[in-house]
Design a protein around this ligand. Sequence first.
Ligand code: ATP
Ligand code: MG
Length: 194
Amino acid sequence: MENVSCKRLFVAIDPPGEIRREIGKWLRPLRAAVGRQARVSWVEPERLHLTIKFLGSTEPGRLPALGAALRELAAALPAFELAIRGAGRFPEGERAPRVLWLGVDDPEGRLARLAEALERQLEPLGFAREKRAFSAHLTIGRVRAGTVRPELLRCGETLRFGNPFDVRELLLYESRTLPSGPVYGVLERFALAQ
Ligand code: ATP
Ligand code: MG
């Protein structure tokens, strides 16, 4: 049986405040337009995050080894730049979208390599490898009912939010589900190499 003190964990990168504010401004008319067609749980701008590895339910006894692995990985990784660009949906194509997201511009593949390094380092600690290929995205909303017309998100590669920003740390997050929705709290921060 699952230990009641288990924490639901994930590793993520936070976009900086000015990018969150730009996304928040862009989201307002989209939310209004979608609001007439579907019920969507929107992610408030201050909660936007880029999940790199979902760890799931984790016993507290595993936290020290997890922290050590993340610290070691982060310290060996030079800080790098990312940009938020484009919008899309899962599933793609003509089916009704369930997840609405913003894309990530990672021209040097640094984020993808980081995700792969995390999978490799955490597997021996008992965190199962993700079966699906890593696909970096910033979830902006989850469709709960109704249909979001795909053309509302058809803004392609031209959509940009602010300038590229430096990723300087990895965050270990705890996720709790309250009746009001999910609440994410940072448990620990891991600085990347300078
Ligand atoms: P809720 O599940 O209450 O709608 P949420 O999905 O934001 O909210 P969590 O399910 O705890 O909250 O997820 C935390 C983060 O991990 C989110 O970024 C989510 O997209 C991601 N995530 C959740 N489950 C998985 C999974 N099975 N594989 C990959 N990423 C996941
Ligand atoms: Mg979820």
